[in-house]
Design a binder for this molecule. Structure first.
Ligand code: GDP
Length: 294
């Protein structure tokens, strides 16, 4: 295993303990070390550079107390900076609307359908009546997958397997939700393996037609730099409200969280940490900062 950044920082600053202040000279190599560690954690280079420039400013001139090691002090500064950049606190999804409509977008394989089930499960546990709508008109297997998840968590799934018009299915699902007293409607949409124009047109048409209270973009945290590019493309077309970062049970340090947040300036709202229906958590910037630091 690699040393965590905090261990590295502690080592780099051993000699400085009790010697007064952090200065331009004694911080230079450490700043490089921090930048390298951020890049290793999947933070994109430009973002890592911006972050370390800010950290240098923050750290310069800070007194190094005898009681606190410079490494610890710098780790604290880095951690605070990362937390601030990721938005300090969790931003909840909107519960507005009757039904409250949540649109789920993302590439195929990102964990979209699994997350749709998890969110329905979570909201059900919170006492809301939930309806799931299967609007993937290309993969019949996706409809079946959602139905299996729905059965597992005891949430009804609205689907029209013969209908190839996602907007119509979604509108019918809204009517069904209203007629059946469902307070929340979560719409799972079609994904492709890569972004293409037709897919973007479809999902933006769908968004326009159903006017969701919340549009979430789901992205696989293991996809590194691609995650940032995909987020940017979806955001340009959809102007989504929040991001869901999946597969954080893998060995990624989670730097994609920081890069995406910096790139699209939208909050990450949930994280997904496994295939099971309860493997969902609210995104907490301070916890992600600790993870990135290792
Ligand atoms: P979709 O094509 O975007 O709807 O993706 P799916 O929900 O079908 O997920 C693709 C694969 O990733 C499936 O095998 C899921 O079980 C798996 N998956 C989804 N979320 C997670 C997660 O948070 N962690 C792990 N390890 N696997 C996940």
């Amino acid at each position: 295993m690699f040393d965590s950044l905090s261990v590295k920082l502690d080592r780099a600053f051993k000699t400085l303990k009790g010697q007064g202040q952090i200065t331009e000279i004694n911080i230079a190599s450490t700043i490089k070390e921090i930048r390298r560690a951020l890049v290793d954690a999947d933070v994109n280079y430009k973002v890592a550079k911006d972050v370390t420039d800010k950290i240098r400013e923050e750290a310069l001139g800070r007194d190094v107390l005898i009681s606190v090691s410079p490494g610890q002090l710098l780790t604290k500064i880095v951690s605070e900076e990362l937390t601030t950049l990721m938005g300090e606190t969790n931003v909840p999804i909107s519960l507005e609307g009757n039904p409250n409509i949540i649109l789920i977008s993302g590439l195929q394989g990102s964990g979209k359908t699994t997350f749709t089930g998890k969110l329905a499960n979570l909201m059900k546990k919170q006492g809301r009546t939930v309806l799931l709508a299967a609007c993937d008109i290309y993969r019949p297997a996706a409809i079946d997958q959602l139905k299996v998840l729905g059965e597992q968590i005891g949430v009804e799934v609205y689907a029209e397997p013969e209908n190839k018009d996602a907007v119509k299915i979604a509108k019918n699902a809204i009517k069904f939700a209203k007629d059946n007293g469902k307070k929340t409607l979560i719409i799972d949409t079609a994904g492709r393996l890569a972004v293409d124009e037709q897919m973007m047109n479809e999902i933006s048409d769908l968004k326009e037609a159903v006017n969701p209270a919340e549009t979430l973009f789901v992205v696989d945290s293991m996809t590194g730099q691609d995650a940032v590019n995909t987020a940017a493309t979806f955001n340009e077309r959809l102007n989504f409200d929040g991001v869901v970062l999946t597969k954080l049970d893998g060995d990624t340090r989670g730097g994609a969280a920081l890069s995406i947040r910096k790139e699209v300036e939208k909050p990450i709202k949930y994280i997904s940490t496994g295939e099971k229906m309860d493997a969902i958590d609210l995104f907490h910037p301070d916890r992600m900062a600790s993870r990135i630091l290792g």
